[in-house]
Design a protein around this ligand. Sequence first.
Ligand code: NAD
Length: 343
Amino acid sequence: MIKVAINGYGTIGKRVADAVAAQKDMKIIGVSKTRPNAEGFVAKLRGYPLFIADISKKASFEKVGLPVAGSVEEMCRQADVIVDATPGGIGKTNRQLYEKLGKKAIWQGGEDHEVAGFSFNSSCNYKEAIGRQFVRVVSCNTTGLCRIIHEIDKEYGVSHVHAIMVRRGGDPGDIKRGPIDAIVADPVSVPSHHGPDVQTVLPHISITTMALIVPTTLMHMHAVKITAKKEIKRERVIELINQHPRMGLIKKSLGIKSTAELKEFAMDIGRQRSDVTENCIFEESIYVNKNDLCFFQAIHQEADVVVESVDAIRAMMGAESDGDKSIKATDDALGFITIQNSH
Ligand code: NAD
């Protein structure tokens, strides 16, 4: 059993913890928090030992009924691999600790590529992660872009990608985030960081990205145009989406046109936390004109990177050399089947 610690039990950390706990070859040895809050009680209910960043705050946790198993350093000592899901920018400050202890660590997309020197997506570069000490799982938007761009690139060769990201203002639980009433060009300058971020995984891809933030919390929506080196066949694109373990096709028959209806559907079909793990590509939006392919895809920011983090653990530990087998093991353990199989 691979012993996994989750440093930062928040939006991403709590999901990775549950996904790890569901795997046959992994177990959670602990999760960490900075202050006692509702997520601490979720950890307690799940039976995950709770460690804290600042051990001097132990009494404040125990006073509200959250037993503390020890410090973050003690948690890391017990682990084979640490998934760092602390807020963006904090993760890099933990690198020194992981280095000191000689432990493997995975960071999330809020950190720069340089924190690990290697950026990961299961479908694109699993093999290159095998045996590594440090890996960064790219952000939710970059994960969604990499999955589809790589498939089209393998089939047709990609000349250029132009993608516009309409991003959620904050996660559903983020009461302090905005905007409340604005469409924010974020950044105003072009390109946004997403294009260069895709290139950390797929360095040969030419890509321009633009990004907006809107007052919504549920999911992001991408408008993507991919120009290929050969003429694209629409039916083949649909086949590629259907064959991919983490790409979903939203068929016309479902009658869904929005992120709100998608999340409602995910809830109705019983997905844990109504998580949408796969890229949701709207079948009706798939438009092909010679070498150009256009489509809309919805990306659930809280969910798509979770399964990628589980695969990264397996690769780094050398527990599975075949990326496809790891993806299948991860998804099977979660009972995950892509959304087109539910309608
Ligand atoms: P979050 O704020 O929801 O959770 C972070 C958790 O880390 C909190 O529980 C906090 O108490 C804890 N924490 C803070 N400082 C800590 C420390 N020094 N030691 C231990 N724990 C500490 O953040 P999140 O949204 O889960 O983001 C985590 C990472 O995942 C970031 O890099 C982010 O960019 C990335 N990410 C987030 C999303 C998303 O939509 N939320 C999507 C993809 C990637």
